[in-house]
Design a protein around this ligand. Structure first.
Ligand SMILES: [Zn+2]
Length: 219
C-alpha cells in the first residue's frame, strides 16, 4: 500500500527532519528508526495540530493527540492514512470503538445510555476479535513468510516483556494476530518486532503484514 505523504512536498527532495526526507515520492527514514514518532510527525505535518477530526473544534497544540481511526485494537496501523488529530476528550471517549460505533455513541444523549453502550461494545468487540480478526484492515494486508522479513537488530529476550505477553494472550484467545507487522518496500521491518519474536518462538511461519511501497529505510 501507499501511505499518504504531503502532496505539495512530492517534487524534488524535502527534508522533514534529521531522520526523515521525501525524495522521488518515497519517504526515506534513517536507521535507527522510531517508526511511531516518525508517523506522528508526518501526520501533524499533513493534517495540522489544531482541529479535532471528530468534534471539529480547534484547540491549542498541547491539547491535540492522534487517534487511530481503525483502532489499534482491530489492527489499525500507525500510519498517516489511519491517524487523525483529535482532542483529548474525543480520543479518550472513542477508546477502541470502530467509527460506526462511535457515531452511535455520540447520538446517545444521556450518560447512562452512553455508559451502557460502551459496556455493550466491549462484548461486541470480543465477538469481532474472534470472528472477524483483521477484517477491518483486510484490504491493506498480505501474508508473508517470516523468513522473508528483514530485521537488522538482534531480537533479544528484552522483547519478551509485557507487550509479548499481551500478543501471546491475544493469539491464544483468538487464534490470530491482533495487528499486522509493518514493512518498508524492501521488506525491512518497521513495526512489530515483538510480534515477530513471538512468531519465531512459536514456529509460526506466516504473519499478516502491511507493506509500505513508498517508504524506505536508509542507512
Ligand atoms: Zn474533539
Amino acid at each position: 500500500m501507499i501511505i499518504d505523504l504531503p502532496q505539495h512536498l512530492l517534487n524534488g527532495v524535502f527534508v522533514i527532519n534529521t531522520s526523515m526526507k521525501i525524495e522521488d515520492e518515497i519517504l526515506k527514514i534513517h536507521f535507527p528508526i522510531n517508526f511511531h514518532e516518525a508517523m506522528y510527525e508526518l501526520t501533524y505535518l499533513m493534517k495540522g495540530k489544531k482541529q479535532c477530526f471528530y468534534c471539529s473544534r480547534t484547540f491549542s497544540e498541547d491539547k491535540i493527540t492522534l487517534d487511530h481511526l481503525v483502532p489499534q485494537d482491530f489492527g489499525g496501523p500507525t500510519i498517516p492514512n489511519n491517524l487523525f488529530p483529535a482532542c483529548k476528550k474525543c480520543n479518550s471517549e472513542k477508546t477502541n470503538m470502530l467509527k460506526p460505533f462511535y457515531d452511535k455513541y455520540l447520538s446517545l444523549s444521556t450518560n447512562g445510555e452512553r455508559s451502557q453502550f460502551v459496556s455493550d461494545f466491549q462484548q461486541v468487540a470480543r465477538f469481532l476479535h474472534r470472528w472477524y480478526g483483521l477484517a477491518f484492515v483486510k484490504d491493506l494486508i498480505e501474508e508473508k513468510e517470516i523468513e522473508n522479513i528483514i530485521v537488522n537488530i538482534s531480537l533479544s529476550s528484552s522483547y519478551r516483556g509485557k507487550k509479548y505477553k499481551k500478543i501471546k494472550e491475544y493469539y491464544k484467545q483468538y487464534g490470530h494476530f491482533q495487528k499486522p507487522l509493518i514493512l518498508d518496500r524492501k521488506s525491512f521491518l518497521l513495526d512489530g518486532f515483538t510480534a515477530l519474536m513471538f512468531a519465531k518462538d512459536n514456529g509460526i511461519k506466516n504473519v499478516p503484514v502491511i507493506v509500505l511501497e513508498n517508504v524506505e529505510v536508509i542507512f
